[in-house]
Structures are given as C-alpha cells and as structure tokens.
Design a protein around this ligand. Structure first.
Ligand SMILES: [Zn+2]
Length: 326
C-alpha cells in the first residue's frame, strides 16, 4: 500500500509501517514529521522512530498523541533532519529516545534560541520584524522550550535497521542548512526530506549554496522513491523535488541579472518576477533566496550570518504590495 494522502492536518499512513503527520498549509513553522512503526507493536521492546519534532510543546504533544494512538508503540528513536526549531524544539518530550542528527546540529541549534522568538512574539508593532511575523507566530508558544540536541551524530551516511526495515540517513547539506539530512526508506520507496524540499510553498534558507541545494534535490529525485514527504507542504513524488530545483534556478538567475544591473537586495526582491511560482504559499519568502544569491555573488561564505530581521522587513513590503489592489 502506498499513496499520496490529502493535505489534511494529522497522521496519514504511507505504507504498512510508515506514517507522516502533516501540518497544512506548510507556512511559517508548520512542518511535517515522519513515523516508522515496529514490525509488531505488541512485542517486547517494540518502539517507533520519529523523523522530526515540532516547533513548540503543544504541537509536538499533538504529534506524540497521534503516534501513540495510531502506532501504539513508544518513540525509541528520533532523527532531526536539521536544526531549525520547527523540526527539533519538541525534542524534550522524547528525551529518553536516541536522538540522531548531523554532527553540526548541536552547535547550530544554539544559534537561534526559543527565547529570542518568544521575545519577538511579544515585541511592539514598531519592530517591523515582529509585526511581519505576528500572524505566523500567533499559533505557537515558545515558553518552556529546552534545547535537547541529538547525541548520536554522524557525518555523511548512517544506516539504521528498524526491525527489518532499512532507513538510510544521508547528509545532503549545506543546502537549506549545514546539517540537512534526508531519511530514505528504500524498502518502501519513501523519503522524508526535511527542509531540503518545500512543496508548493516558498523555501526559507540559511547556511548553504545553490549548487549543493540543487544537487540535493536531484539526489532526492533520483532515489527511486515514489513517495516524497517534504519538510513543508503536501506529499508528492520525485517531480516535487525537480520543481523546487527549477524554482531555485529561476530565482538565482533573476537575482544574478538584478545584481549585475546594480540593484540593491531590496530593489531586486521588489522587482522579481516569480513566473510559475507566484502562487506558492508565502511567496514573499523569495527574499531568502535572492539574499542567498547576493551572498554568493558578493563572495561571502555559505555560512555567513543571515540577517533574518532585514529579510523579514522586505518580505513584509512584498506582502503588503501583494495585498494592495492595483
Ligand atoms: Zn521547517
């Protein structure tokens, strides 16, 4: 049994032992998770593997309740696909599990602590970034979050035997972040991509290069997996990874022309034509990729600090313009 479930909030079964938990519409902080259940939930020591936790404790509790209800086994393992909070800030609720991630994740997790977002959530409207993120952040509560980093760390590849089902963890970063990991289940033709793939919603990006990100998407498309679960957005097939590759190439090319004609970052963002990608959820986040192009064109390293506050301000201008009738 294998299918592409509707994009509805909650657990959807992908195969005999594999589920995903989807969070529409895939926008700010609304990520997807994966679950691999045991062969026999009633056997002694049977446990499940989770791919990612969620952005806050309430959302992660909802996920864990659904796992308990559907899979009927405790979580014994967690893979964090990368360090962004919407994929690991619920780790403390599964702290007894083995938590696995790329070697760079523990350090990177400390870059943007939950207290910073909680403070921004309560900042006055006069802080442009707070105003711009107000709506997206209203559904979360970052109080009480404790960073619990992965302790089983790997560099390139880790294969885990899940009671007869193989899980291949591949490091494909720095693409969306330095430590991007995808979880491939070759026996079932399923891959969980983390935020290497945003489906039908505009990707944010942190440390990484266009070259490596495009390569990572081509790797995903070439795995032979029919079912591709993106970090955000609806489940798709390999075509989803190729479409996102085309988005990155589209934005990179137009950013390069803007750069060469002397436009500032803000001017480039305000002028960009998104063509076939204009309808994606939170399309104003194109700022993140234009900024990446500028970072590369200006010769800065792939892990130069991202001025997220500035980017959010430009995103707010793009959104305001989109909502103003011409
Ligand atoms: Zn995410």
């Amino acid at each position: 049994m294998q299918r592409r479930p509707d994009f509805r909030e909650g657990m959807a079964r992908l195969s005999d032992r594999v589920w995903t938990y989807l969070q529409p519409d895939g926008g700010f902080g609304l990520s997807n998770a994966g679950v691999v259940g045991p062969r026999d939930a009633s056997a002694a020591g049977a446990n499940a593997m989770l791919v990612d936790t969620f952005f806050d404790l309430a959302h992660t509790r909802r996920l864990l309740d659904a796992v308990a209800h559907e899979v009927r086994a405790p979580v014994g393992r967690v893979v964090n696909t990368h360090y962004n909070g919407d994929h690991c800030w619920g780790n403390q609720l599964v702290r007894d599990a083995e938590i696995i991630g790329h070697r760079s994740v523990p350090d990177d997790m400390r870059k943007l602590p939950p207290e910073m977002l909680e403070a921004l959530r309560h900042a006055p409207d006069s802080v442009p970034a707070a105003l711009a993120l107000r709506e997206g952040m209203a559904r979360f509560d970052f109080r009480g979050i404790e960073l619990v980093p992965p302790t089983t760390l790997f560099d390139d590849r880790l294969e885990v035997d899940l009671d007869g089902l193989r899980a291949v963890l591949l490091h494909v970063g720095p693409a969306h972040t330095t430590g991007d990991v995808i979880v491939h289940l070759p026996d079932d033709g399923i891959v969980f991509t983390g935020d290497v793939l945003f489906r039908l919603c505009a990707p944010l990006g942190w440390e990484g290069t266009f070259e490596r990100w495009i390569e990572a998407l081509e790797t995903i498309a070439g795995l032979g997996a029919d079912t591709v679960v993106p970090g955000h957005g609806p489940v798709c097939g390999p075509e989803g990874a190729l479409e996102m590759r085309d988005y990155l190439a589209w934005v990179r090319d137009r950013s390069r022309s803007a750069f060469e004609s002397g436009k500032s970052l803000e001017e480039a963002c305000l002028a960009i034509d998104l063509g076939p990608f204009g309808e994606w959820v939170e399309s104003e986040r194109v700022v993140s990729q234009v900024a990446r192009a500028y970072r590369e064109l200006e010769g800065h390293p792939f892990d130069a600090p991202v001025d997220f506050t500035r980017h959010v301000e430009i995103m707010a201008k793009l959104r305001e313009r989109a909502s103003t009738p011409a």
